[in-house]
Design a protein around this ligand. Structure first.
Ligand code: IVH
Length: 679
C-alpha cells in the first residue's frame, strides 16, 4: 500500500465495508435489519466515493461490488471440481415410495430412512466458491462439468455473501468451500422487471426463470445489479472438510456462515411425512413469493449419500417430486392485434375463459408472428394454457389431435389495424411496427404512458378515460392533457362534475416534475427510466437536448448507437418539439435533477406522521429527497425532524422522548425553503 494514504482512510474504508457486510447479512439472511434502506444507501455511497478517490484501496471483496464491476467481453469457463448433477423425477406418491424402496435396498437396510424435503425452486443453478471466507468464483452449471464464470454478476446479488461470517474458530468455514444454490427472481420482481422492459420498448421475459437466466448472463454486471435476483443455497460441492454427517445440519451450518437457506425446508422426516409435506407444499405453492415446481427430497445421512453414490446424470440419494403443472385446456376464440406506444404490433389470443390455479384467464399474449408459427396456433384451436411463472398466461401448445379442420391460420396484418398504415419490420427484429405518428392506438398508448405512475403520475387518467377522450377528439396527443376542458370531461360516460374536478386537480398537481421523469414520459423509443436519468444529468435542461447530436449521444456511457439514433430522431421532429412547447407553455415546471439543486436538507433524516394538508405524503417525501434529505419510517436518535400532520401517531411521543425536533407542515415548508416547495 503506498504510504502516502492516510491510515485513517484505510481504517474508515474497512469500517464502512464491515458495516455494510453486517447490515446486508442482518437484512437479507437474518431478516432482522438494524438500519433503514436509506441509511444503508448512505453508507454505500460514502464507501463508493472513498473508493473512487483512492482506487488503490479498492478490493474485489468490497460491498461496493454490489453495484456492478466493469463489463466483460466474454465469459471465461471453469471446470467444477465436483460435477453439478441434475435430478431424477417422481410424478406420484408411488414414484416416491419406489425411490424409498430403492434407497433401502441399496443400503441393505430395513430401518426407516430420514430425508430432508426442500422446495424445488424454479430458477438457475449456480456454484459459489469461497477461499478463506472470501467469494472467489461464481459460476453457472453449464453442462454440469464446465460452467461459465459469472463472479462479478453474482456479487451484485444482495443475498450472496461476499465475505463469510465467522462464528468462533470451531465453526469457521473451511478454507475452501463450494456451495450450490438456485438464483431466482420473485414474481413481484418479475412483474416490475417486465414493466420496465416494456417501458423501455424491450422484449419481455416469458417467466421469472428466463428473467433470472438472462440477468445472470449479462456481460455488464451493472445491468445484473439492477435486476431483482435472489439466491437460496441448497447444498455443497465437495463435502470434505465439513466434518458433518447430516444434510439438515449442513444447511444450518451454511446458514451460520451467512448463506440464505429456504425457510420451507423440513429436516429429518420419514417417507410418510415426506408425502404429507409434498401435499402441504403444493397447497402453499401459490402463496410463495417465487416459483417452485416441486419438492426435492434428499437422504439426510451424508454417509448414506456417499454409499449410494451417483449415476452418470443424477445422485441416487435425491429425487425431484414434481407438482402437476398448473395448466388447463381452452379454446382460441380469436386473435387480435394490439398496438403499443412505440407502434409494435402484438398478437393477443382471446380465450374461452378458463380457471387456472384460481385465476380466471381469457387472454394470452402470443408475442409475435414467429412465436405463432413455431407453436402453430390457429384460431379455433383447443390449446393448453399455463400461467407461465404463474403470472402471465401463456399458450403452451395447440392440441392438434382434436382439430376439426375449421381452424384458421392467423397472419399478421400488412397494415396497422387501427390506422391502416403499412407496417414495417426492423432488420433483425421479430416484431413489426406501425410508423404512423397519428395512429389512434399508438396515441392512446402514449398518453397512457405519459400519465402513468412513474411518468407524470396523473391520478384518474386511465385506459378507459383515455380511450373516450381520444375517440371524442378531445385528446390528439399527450400535450393536450393540459388543455382539457373540465366541462367536456364531466359530460363523458361514467364521469360527473366531481370526477372532472378531481382529474383536473391531478393534472394541476402533476405539473411539477423532475427532468428525468419528464423525459421518460415523452415515450421516446428505448428510453426507459434509467436512460432518462442519464440524459437528464448529462443535459440538465430540455433546450440542451434539442441540439443533441447523434455523435454526442452515442458516446454517452449507457446509450450507444441504437438509442442515440432514436433520441436524436425524436428531437429533430418538429411535431415533437411542438408538443413539448405546448406542455411547457401551460405551466409545467420541470425541475432539475437532485445534482443541480441546492441540497438544503442534505443528510437530514425526516419521519412523517399524520395527514398533511397541502401535499400528499409522497409529494413530501419526493421534496425531501430532491433537497438531499432522507425519509425514515421510524423515529430514532438519528432522526433530525418529525413532520407532524393532522392526527399524528405514536411517533410523536417517541420523538418527544428522544428530544427530536417536531415541526408542522408550515415549519417543513420553511426549512425546505420556498422555491421548490411552493407549487
Ligand atoms: S439439489 C445433486 N435442491 O433443480 C443434486 N436442486 O434438476 C442437485 N433445484 O440443477 C440439486 N431447488 O437447479 C437441489 N432444493 C433444491 C433445488 C434444486 C431447485 C434445481 C437445481 C438443479 C435442478 C435439478
Amino acid at each position: 500500500m503506498p504510504d502516502f494514504i492516510d491510515t485513517d482512510i484505510v481504517k474508515k474504508i474497512e469500517n464502512l465495508r464491515q458495516e455494510l457486510h453486517r447490515h446486508n447479512n442482518r437484512y437479507y439472511v437474518m431478516d432482522a435489519p438494524e438500519i433503514s434502506d436509506a441509511e444503508y444507501d448512505r453508507i454505500m455511497r460514502q464507501l463508493i466515493e472513498l473508493e473512487a478517490h483512492y482506487p488503490e484501496l479498492s478490493s474485489p471483496d468490497s460491498p461496493s461490488m454490489r453495484v456492478g464491476a466493469l463489463p466483460l467481453k466474454k465469459f471465461d469457463t471453469i471446470k467444477h471440481t465436483v460435477r453439478m448433477l441434475s435430478l431424477d423425477n417422481a410424478f406420484s406418491d408411488s414414484d416416491i415410495l419406489d425411490f424409498n424402496r430403492r434407497v433401502k435396498k441399496e443400503l441393505m437396510t430395513d430401518g426407516e430412512i430420514l430425508y430432508t424435503a426442500e422446495p424445488k425452486m424454479d430458477g438457475v443453478a449456480v456454484e459459489l466458491v469461497y477461499g478463506d471466507g472470501k467469494l472467489v468464483v461464481g459460476s453457472t452449471r453449464g453442462d454440469g462439468e464446465t460452467g461459465e464464470v459469472i463472479t462479478s454478476n453474482v456479487k451484485t446479488i444482495r443475498t450472496v455473501p461476499i465475505l463469510l461470517e465467522h462464528h468462533g474458530d470451531e465453526k469457521k468455514a473451511p478454507a475452501r468451500l463450494e456451495v450450490r444454490g438456485e438464483v431466482v427472481i420473485s414474481r413481484e420482481g418479475f412483474k416490475r422487471l417486465n414493466e420496465e422492459m416494456s417501458n423501455n420498448g424491450l422484449p419481455l421475459f416469458a417467466n421469472p426463470r428466463n428473467a433470472a437466466a438472462g440477468s445472470l448472463r449479462q456481460l455488464d454486471p451493472r445491468v445484473t445489479a439492477r435486476r431483482p435476483l435472489e439466491i437460496f443455497i441448497y447444498g455443497i460441492g465437495d463435502v470434505a472438510d465439513m466434518n458433518i454427517n447430516s444434510h439438515g445440519d449442513l444447511l444450518c451450518r451454511l446458514k451460520s456462515f451467512g448463506f440464505r437457506i429456504n425457510p420451507h425446508i423440513k429436516k429429518k422426516i420419514t417417507i410418510a411425512e415426506v408425502i404429507e409435506y409434498f401435499r402441504e407444499l403444493e397447497e402453499k405453492r401459490n402463496g410463495l413469493p417465487y416459483d417452485i415446481d416441486g419438492m426435492v427430497i434428499k437422504v439426510d445421512s451424508i454417509e448414506f449419500q456417499l454409499q449410494l453414490g451417483t449415476t452418470s446424470r443424477s445422485p441416487r440419494w435425491a429425487i425431484a417430486c414434481k407438482f402437476k403443472a398448473i395448466q388447463e385446456t381452452t379454446r382460441v376464440l380469436k386473435i387480435e392485434v394490439q398496438v403499443g406506444r412505440t407502434g409494435t404490433l402484438t398478437p393477443v389470443a382471446h380465450l374461452e375463459t378458463v380457471n387456472i390455479g384460481g385465476v380466471k384467464v381469457n387472454r394470452a399474449t402470443l408475442h409475435n408472428e414467429d412465436e405463432i408459427r413455431r407453436k402453430d396456433i390457429r384460431i379455433g384451436d383447443t390449446v393448453l394454457v399455463q400461467r407461465a411463472g404463474d403470472v402471465i398466461p401463456e399458450i403452451v401448445k395447440a392440441i392438434d389431435t382434436v382439430r376439426t379442420g375449421r381452424e384458421t391460420i392467423f397472419t399478421m396484418p400488412a397494415s396497422c389495424p387501427f390506422c391502416d398504415t403499412p407496417v414495417v419490420q426492423d432488420e433483425g427484429e421479430a416484431s413489426i411496427r406501425c410508423i404512423n405518428d397519428a395512429c389512434p392506438a399508438k396515441i392512446k398508448a402514449q398518453i397512457e404512458h405519459f400519465a402513468s405512475k412513474r411518468a407524470f403520475n396523473i391520478d384518474g387518467l386511465g385506459e378507459k378515460l383515455i380511450n373516450q377522450l381520444v375517440d371524442k377528439g378531445y385528446l390528439s396527443s399527450f400535450a393536450d392533457i393540459f388543455y382539457l376542458d373540465k366541462e367536456k370531461i364531466g359530460n363523458l360516460d361514467n364521469m360527473g362534475a366531481k370526477s372532472a374536478e378531481n382529474l383536473s386537480e391531478s393534472i394541476e398537481k402533476s405539473k411539477i416534475i423532475s427532468f428525468s421523469r419528464f423525459l421518460y414520459a415523452l415515450g421516446i423509443r428505448h428510453v426507459g427510466e434509467h436512460i432518462a436519468e442519464i440524459l437528464a444529468s448529462k443535459y440538465g435542461c430540455i433546450e440542451n437536448l434539442y441540439d443533441a447530436k447523434y455523435d454526442d449521444l452515442k458516446d454517452i456511457k449507457g446509450i450507444g448507437p441504437v438509442l442515440a439514433q432514436s433520441i436524436a430522431e425524436f428531437f429533430i421532429l418538429k411535431e415533437n418539439r411542438k408538443k413539448i412547447d405546448q406542455i411547457l407553455k401551460c405551466g409545467v415546471n420541470i425541475h432539475p435533477e437532485k445534482g443541480n439543486i441546492k441540497q438544503t436538507l442534505d443528510g437530514k433524516i425526516f419521519v412523517l406522521t399524520g395527514t398533511l394538508e397541502t401535499m400528499t405524503r409522497s409529494e413530501a417525501i419526493q421534496k425531501i429527497r430532491i433537497l438531499g434529505g432522507k425519509v425514515s419510517e421510524s423515529v430514532s436518535k438519528k432522526t433530525d425532524f418529525v413532520i407532524a400532520g393532522q392526527s399524528p401517531g405514536s411517533k410523536i411521543e417517541k420523538a418527544r422522548a428522544l428530544g427530536v425536533h417536531i415541526i408542522d407542515e408550515e415549519g417543513f415548508k420553511e426549512i425546505a425553503g420556498a422555491g421548490l416547495i411552493d407549487s
